[in-house]
Write a protein that binds this ligand. Structure first.
Ligand code: NAX
Ligand code: K
Length: 503
């Protein structure tokens, strides 16, 4: 699903009105009907609602919703905030319709003395401001939002929590934005929903389709996408009946050091559980017995060092290389990595200590093999690129880095962001907080190495790998709970996750 800016959404809206064609007031009605049916499914008919309405079309949605709710048994009160002389045309029409229906009490809020008592068991609806927000909230609106945020009532935001911008909130004060329990966003999510600092404002968000015109949605360019299961299924290659293990590639995983052999085991198992034909794991000498016992399916390549990575085997026979999990960051490992960058013309995935070595030796960045995949978490990313003021800034820097260095980068976290050589950004939609556990990243490296070895292009390997990793995590958490989840469980659930993608 593409993600558009607020400005683009207004264009899509206008195109729909002109080309469906549909009157804008009827499009607003369609949006209100979607809100109404979401509410009807969720709340009992005795539920009371307090709806806070602003001067624009977001307010218009709130008024139309009030009318639909009051036609049934729901109890509704509306509060219209007087922050400008005029209402938008469709907001005014809906105010007139609600008044003539005469079922709902409509109060005006002109000063903070007019703020109503909010009952803990009511549901508040935030229809103050939507995507037309032009500056951070101040004055009466800010005071009202602060007041609403102190209440214990459940808060449902229409389209976007009032005060939050759809994209860049770096100059905004998030304490002055509505803190919703639910945000019901029309047709698309907003970019800002995917950034962790906004989670307290957005709460659980859901997309409600309102039938915007498919032609303009298809044609309009956006660098941002939220990746769903169908996007992933389309990228999967068929596994033929007559295939043999040679077809699925031979991968080389460089991993492990004294005290960190677990990383090599987890990454190797994940690679093997993700369709690779053959796997060799390159490890320091001390890990020989450990690897041969724990992962008999993998061949072992032994470093001359007992305890760290200092060299790598001839690359000729491998389709792809993965390096980083648990290799440590010693000087000799840096030299070997530098050499690998110079020599390697195979698909490559870099993680963990490989990224930390680069963080310590910034000149390495410019030698990165083109098209390789990097999988940092936020700290590793900032060691590479420098500190960032917020997630929006970090996202811009990630897109720039991918473009400049011509690499694919996976920034791991909730909604992991995957950027490509053209500066496009794909947000992953699977995964849960239970996966923030030791070794989870090693599993991802193994999966991506496996896909690269099978001939998937770097971007596909990253997108599919991150998705299936998150899916395995979701399936594991469903059965085991998030607290108990460990990285080994992700490996255990990979078969089910792959199976689901092949259904
Ligand atoms: N995009 C779509 O397809 C549809 C959009 N709809 C609704 O329309 C909304 C957008 O409507 P509008 O463009 O009228 O925008 P808003 O409803 O967000 O309101 C904009 C108004 O608020 C004022 N304003 C902006 N920032 C302010 C601030 N900080 N303090 C005080 N006043 C401020 C503006 O001057 C303008 O008058 C969406 O969020 C959505 O709820 C729906 O009606 C259905 C269709
Ligand atoms: K809102």
């Amino acid at each position: 699903m593409k993600i558009f800016t607020s400005k683009q959404i207004a264009e899509i809206d206008a195109f729909t009105i002109a080309h469906e064609p549909i009157a804008s007031i009827d499009l607003m009605e369609r949006a209100a009907e979607q809100l109404f049916s979401w509410i009807k499914k969720r709340y009992s008919e005795e539920q009371s609602f307090q709806i806070f309405v602003g001067p624009g079309n977001n307010g218009g949605d709130g008024l139309a919703l009030a009318r639909l709710l009051s036609k049934t048994k729901f109890k509704v009160e509306v509060y219209l905030v007087k922050v400008s002389k005029n209402l938008s045309v469709d907001c005014q029409v809906n105010l007139d319709r609600l008044r003539s229906q005469n079922l709902v009490s409509i109060s005006e809020i002109s000063t903070s003395h007019d703020f109503p008592v909010i009952f803990d068991d009511s549901v508040d609806v935030d229809a103050l401001l939507g995507s037309g927000l032009s500056r951070p909230l101040d004055g009466l609106l800010k005071d009202l939002v602060l007041y609403l945020n102190t209440s214990k009532a459940e808060l449902v935001a229409i389209d976007i929590p009032s005060g939050l911008f759809g994209e860049d909130n770096s100059l905004n004060n998030l304490h002055h934005c509505v803190r919703a329990d639910y945000t019901l966003s029309f047709q698309f999510p907003k970019l800002s929903f995917l950034f962790p600092e906004n989670v307290d404002c957005v709460g659980n968000w859901q997309v409600l389709p309102i039938g915007l015109h498919s032609r303009i949605i298809d044609e309009m360019e956006s660098p941002y996408q939220l990746v769903d299961e169908n996007d992933i299924k389309k990228r999967l290659k068929k596994r033929g009946r007559f295939s043999h293990k040679g077809i699925y590639g031979h991968g080389l995983l460089i991993s492990g050091s004294y005290g960190k052999m677990g990383a090599a085991i987890l990454a190797s198992k994940a690679a093997l559980r993700s369709g690779i034909g053959l796997l060799s794991t390159h490890i320091p000498r001390l890990g020989y017995d450990i690897m041969q016992t724990a992962v008999p399916e993998s061949m072992v390549s032994i470093d001359r060092s007992d305890i760290i990575f200092t060299e790598y085997p001839d690359l000729e026979s491998f389709e792809a290389i993965g390096i980083g999990p648990g290799i440590d960051t010693k000087q000799n490992s840096f030299r070997a990595l530098e050499e690998l960058f110079e020599e390697c013309d195979k698909p490559l995935v870099l993680d963990a200590d490989a990224l930390n070595i680069m963080g310590q030796n910034p000149q390495l960045k410019d030698n990165l093999p083109k098209g390789c995949v990097l999988t940092p978490h936020v700290k590793e990313f900032e060691r590479l690129v420098g500190s960032c003021s917020d997630s929006f800034d970090r996202n811009m820097k990630q897109r720039d880095f991918s473009k400049k260095q011509s690499v694919v980068m996976v920034l791991k976290g909730a909604f992991s962001a995957i950027t490509d050589q053209n500066g496009r950004c794909y947000f992953n939609s699977t995964g849960n907080p239970g996966m923030a556990t030791a070794g989870s990243g090693d599993v991802l490296t193994g999966i991506i190495l496996s896909l690269l070895s099978q001939g998937y292009p770097s971007l596909d390997a990253a997108l599919i790998g991150v998705y299936v990793h998150g899916l395995a995590g979701d399936m594991a958490a469903d059965e085991l709970g998030q607290e108990a989840l460990i990285a080994g469980d992700l490996v255990e659930y990979l078969p089910k996750a792959w199976k689901k993608l092949r259904e």
